[in-house]
Design a protein around this ligand. Structure first.
Ligand code: ADP
Length: 188
C-alpha cells in the first residue's frame, strides 16, 4: 500500500500532478475540496452546513472534515493506496489521519509539498486578471483561500518535517519535470 499526501497552495498545480500519480500508482484520489463541492452542489445536509464557509474561502471545522474524510476512506478500504489532496489542513487533521491509517494497519508514507511561494501564486492570478482585464468575485475568494493556506495550512508542514516524512518539490517549472521530481521522491 502507498499512501501519499499532496500539499500546496491553491494554484500550485496539485490537481494536475494528482491525476498523474493516481494513474501511475493506482491510488484512490481523495480530495476534501471535491467532496465538499459534491455535497454543496447536491444540497445534502452536510453541503448546506458548509456552503457559506466555503463561499467565504474559510476552513470547514475539523470535526466535520475529519468525519467526512473517514467515511470516504472506509468506503474504499480495498484501494491499493490513497492520495490525499486538500487534507490535512490543520495539525488536528494530520493527527486524525495518522490514527485512521494506524487503525487500518498502514501509514502515510510520503508527504509531498509542491512549493510555490505566496508571491508567485498571487502573481499567477494577477497575470490572468490582466489578460482578462477584470477582478471578479472568484479571484477575491481565491485570494482568501491563498491567505488561509499561508496563514494556517502551512503549519501542518513542521508536523511532518519533524517525523522526516516531508519532501519538498519545486512547483515552478514544466509539468512533466515536476512530475519526475515527485516520482523520484516516491520511489526512493
Ligand atoms: P483550494 O483550491 O483552495 O486548494 P480545495 O478545493 O481543496 O481548495 O477546497 C475548497 C474549500 O473546501 C476550502 O476553501 C475549504 O472551505 C473547504 N475544505 C477543503 N478541504 C478542507 C479541509 N481539509 N479542512 C477544512 N476545510 C476544507
Amino acid at each position: 500500500m502507498l499512501n501519499i499526501v499532496i500539499f500546496g497552495p491553491p494554484g500550485a498545480g496539485k490537481g494536475t500532478q494528482s491525476e498523474k500519480l493516481i494513474d501511475k500508482y493506482n491510488l484512490k484520489h481523495i480530495s476534501t475540496g471535491d467532496l465538499f463541492r459534491w455535497h454543496t452542489s447536491n444540497d445534502t445536509e452536510l453541503g448546506l452546513k458548509v456552503k457559506e464557509i466555503m463561499n467565504n474561502g474559510e476552513l470547514v471545522s475539523d470535526d466535520i472534515t475529519i468525519a467526512m474524510l473517514k467515511e470516504e476512506v472506509e468506503k474504499n478500504e480495498g484501494a491499493g493506496g490513497f492520495l490525499f489532496d486538500g487534507f490535512p489542513r490543520t495539525v488536528a487533521q494530520a493527527k486524525a489521519l495518522d490514527e485512521l491509517m494506524k487503525e487500518m494497519g498502514t501509514k502515510i508514507h510520503h508527504v509531498v509539498e509542491l512549493k510555490v511561494s505566496e508571491e508567485e501564486v498571487k502573481k499567477r492570478i494577477a497575470k490572468r486578471r490582466e489578460l482578462e482585464n477584470r477582478m471578479d468575485d472568484a479571484d477575491e475568494k481565491l485570494i482568501k483561500r491563498i491567505d488561509e493556506y499561508f496563514s494556517k495550512t502551512v503549519h501542518v508542514l513542521p508536523y511532518y518535517a519533524k517525523q522526516n516524512r516531508l519532501s519538498t518539490v519545486n512547483g515552478i517549472g514544466a509539468i512533466d519535470e515536476i512530475s519526475k521530481e515527485i516520482i523520484k521522491v516516491l520511489d526512493k
